[in-house]
Design a protein around this ligand. Sequence first.
Ligand code: NAD
Length: 358
Amino acid sequence: MNYKIALIRGDGIGPEVVGEAVKVMDAIGAKFGHTFEYVDVLMGGCAIDAVGKSYPEGTAEKCKECDAVLLGAVGGPKWGHSTEAEKRPETALLSIRKDLGLYANLRPAALRPALAEACPLKKETADRGIDLMIVRELTGGIYFGKRERYATEDRGEEAADRMAYSEKEIERIGRRAFELARLRGKKLASVDKANVLETSRLWRKVMHKLAEEYSDVQYEDVLVDNAAMQLVRDPGQFDVVVTENMFGDILSDEASMITGSIGLLPSASIGDTAPGLYEPIHGSAPDIAGQDRANPIATILSVAMMFRYSFNLPAEAKTIEDAVDAILNEGWRTADIAKPGEDVISTVKMGELIRAKL
Ligand code: NAD
């Protein structure tokens, strides 16, 4: 098969880590008989420098002509101070998610066995293993509701943010999560605050209806405060966790912390029809940009997610994941995951070693 992939290399370490991920894709192509055609798409700070805006006209259209999008990272101190939205790199991230209709954000948090010591939790907790996937609703809820700020007579200024969810929005993210659970360990925890919030009560009603349909998936409701506790007490109990936008924002960061390094964690944002967007969870790391020190693993694992979720190529995905684990097991480390005194390797060297293991 031939696949067309949009590459948004972006800023800072973005081009370095995407460069290594592309070489891994090509190596997988050679091994499994696929070809990949790449379309470079300008977005972020580099686009501000080149054409004066972070999200140039035609960005979404170019991406829509592709089968998937791979993004490095955008942003950096150079572009951090503009008050104009189109001159801020982060505006481009929100725009592309919206324009591609990416309503589901998938963030796996897996503790790679070779790095168990980087887990900040108790050893016996880490030893039980952590391999969960947070499915966050990405285009609804309080982040997209009406915002208000007004003066009151006797209480000073007051602000309000509206949180709304429709049955349709809940059902589509719920279906995604149940389908994913079927591909993984067949367990789904739905996180809400149904003891307080009306949106959560509707969320629960829709999820329960879906749970009857997906009766092969073991389903449970978890209140968000309890979920936050359970993630540090016993994260091994979770397989797939589905939740609304704001709870997902917070819990997915908590889940990534317990795995030890942001240089290792991939993510995917997917919709119903548009190409999925795959990216490491880290930013552009301006402090180490251009020094061949960035860890490319999160971006390489994002390619594995692309193969699994956009192209339905699980064997290719697993080959990449196994190669990463093998290299980590052999003790190779970039600076971000090395212990004090340990030898460290460069971005390019890490990419080379992983390719050699494929
Ligand atoms: P960051 O993730 O870029 O960096 C945080 C720390 O982690 C830094 O010390 C950095 O060196 C390190 N780090 C990150 N990725 C690494 C990797 N692959 N290998 C080794 N070390 C790594 O977060 P930040 O400093 O808060 O943000 C920097 C810029 O990135 C900001 O402009 C921010 O807006 C942007 N950002 C972009 C995205 C995105 O494009 N999706 C996401 C987050 C932040």
